[in-house]
Design a protein around this ligand. Structure first.
Ligand code: NDP
Length: 455
């Protein structure tokens, strides 16, 4: 397939979720592929994102499990203590193992790995160090990078790039932000034993999620001991006798050992050389693309976080598969459907959600039916654990279709992955009602909800 005048048919910049998938899938079709990466083979997800975060989230959950176990008759001699260096180093070793797996996958599929920072030189050429590589097509899959707002002392903030490898466990921990990363890490550090404060500028965390879910989660994480201070911003951070003094706009100063800024991620385009090929980004640093992931330079494509869609690994994977199909298959082009993407937030309790929030559905549908219930999961009864869960379905009254499902509670992500298929398939409330529950589970509520909570 390769035209002799180029080194590669496809040259991918960035070996994250989207880049690796595109490279491997293309190579499997006989395409000559090179992939360039300077830092994280496997990308953010594997190295400093989803995977290590989930490992730490498991670690944090044990705190609750140790407590709960005693309600079930287990005697735990002494107070369980966390060996942070052990957790940190075992996580690092596991990530290293996964890096090797990624590299092997690439090597086995015949992709040429190029180590270094790729810089565009022209529509068909990329420079890496001293070398220049040419390709018929170039794919930018450089992902995103943490954004930290500027204020005096903001350089003391850690980001999700550094948080996994702290030399010492912070006894007092502060998170700035109210999105995915903020609530997940507030739960993780709280569970691992840090006195945890979350500072959010809005009045309720998790903007964009269903309001009832937001209210519920905010109350649950407060119940678990996180100092969740809303309607506040950080004015400055000063070093103060080995600690950090964080001054808020309400006049209060909080002393902590570490601050995590979880204030969003922007397209990772620094030093990429976009200007050399006449490309530019929008204000959020994202590269504009058309429906087939093509930039305005016909030989240069982009996908994943750097293009500003939903910043989720499975979305980047799906985009990569769609693009590879459209570029290299004889079949008709595919268009990725971005509707009803299920997602989870691994705070404690977990959130799993698919489809519309109640607020969005009220605007999109003429009339809706909301079925909502909150209860203490059975596991928490003997444990004397006050933690509650929330199950919610939103139904378009005219079609009876379930247009939204929101779960907060243990394994919410696992539950909603299944329900996501039903919502994506456009199943109706009658279909849900006709499904026999699995007893005793929390998720059976989703097929036994019969009373409309509100219209
Ligand atoms: P989010 O966009 O989810 O949240 C950013 C938060 O920072 C918001 O609460 C926002 O407030 C706040 N913020 C933004 N700018 C400022 C500012 N200048 N000053 C103060 N606060 C500010 O980003 P995250 O960093 O949490 O995560 C990035 C993305 O990564 C997520 O959107 C998600 O797509 C992905 N991700 C997915 C995960 C998963 O699937 N489980 C886990 C982690 C990340 P406001 O709401 O007012 O704008």
């Amino acid at each position: 397939m390769s035209e002799a005048r180029y080194d590669f048919d496809l040259l991918v910049i960035g070996a994250g979720s989207g880049g690796v998938r595109a490279a491997r899938m293309s190579a499997a079709q006989g395409v000559k592929v090179g992939i360039i990466e300077d830092r994280y083979w496997g990308g953010t997800c594997v190295n400093v994102g989803c995977v290590p975060k989930k490992l730490y989230s498991y670690a944090a959950h044990f705190a609750e499990d140790f407590k709960d176990a005693q309600g079930y008759g287990w005697q735990i001699p002494g107070e369980p203590t966390l060996d942070w260096p052990k957790l940190r180093d075992r996580r690092a070793a596991e990530i290293q193992r996964l890096n090797q797996v990624y590299n092997q996958l690439l090597d086995n599929s015949g992709v040429t790995r190029i180590h270094g920072r790729g810089q565009l030189q022209g529509p068909h050429s990329v420079m890496v160090g001293e070398a220049t590589y040419t390709a018929e097509r170039i794919l930018i899959a450089t992902g995103s990078w943490p954004y930290v707002p500027e204020f005096p002392g903001s350089e003391h903030c850690l980001t999700s790039n550094e948080i996994f490898d702290l030399a010492q466990f912070p006894k007092r921990f502060l998170v700035y932000g109210g999105g995915y990363i903020a609530v997940e890490f507030a739960s993780i550090f709280n569970g691992l034993g840090a006195e945890t404060t979350l500072i959010y500028r809005g009045d309720k965390i998790l903007r964009g999620f269903d309001e009832e879910v937001r209210t519920f989660v905010q109350s649950e994480i407060r119940e678990q001991g996180i100092h969740c201070l809303t309607g506040r911003e950080i004015l400055r951070i000063d070093q103060d006798r080995g600690a950090l003094a964080v001054t808020l706009n309400d006049g209060r100063t909080v002393h902590v050992d570490a601050v995590l800024s979880a204030t969003g991620r922007r397209g990772n385009v620094d030093g990429l050389g976009l200007e050399k090929v006449g490309l530019s980004t929008n204000a959020a640093g994202e590269i504009p693309i058309d429906a087939n992931y093509c930039t305005k330079v016909p030989s240069i494509y982009a996908l994943g976080d750097v293009t500003g869609g939903p910043q989720l690994t499975p979305v980047a994977l799906a985009e990569a598969m769609t693009l590879v199909h459209n570029l290299y298959s004889e079949e008709d082009n595919r268009v990725l459907d971005y509707a009803n993407i299920p997602t989870a937030v691994f705070c404690h309790p977990n959130i799993g959600t698919v489809g519309m929030s109640e607020e969005t559905a009220r605007k999109a549908c003429k009339k809706i039916r909301v079925y909502s219930t909150s209860f203490r999961p059975m596991r928490n009864t003997l444990a004397d654990n006050p933690g509650r869960c929330l199950m919610k379905l939103i139904v378009d009254d005219a079609s009876d279709k379930v247009v939204g499902c929101h779960v907060v509670g243990p394994d919410a992500g696992e539950i909603v992955q299944g329900i996501g298929i039903a919502v994506k398939a456009g199943l109706t409330k009658a279909d849900f009602d006709a499904t026999i529950g699995i007893h005793p589970t929390s998720a059976e509520e989703l097929v036994t909800l019969r009373t409309v909570t509100r219209n």
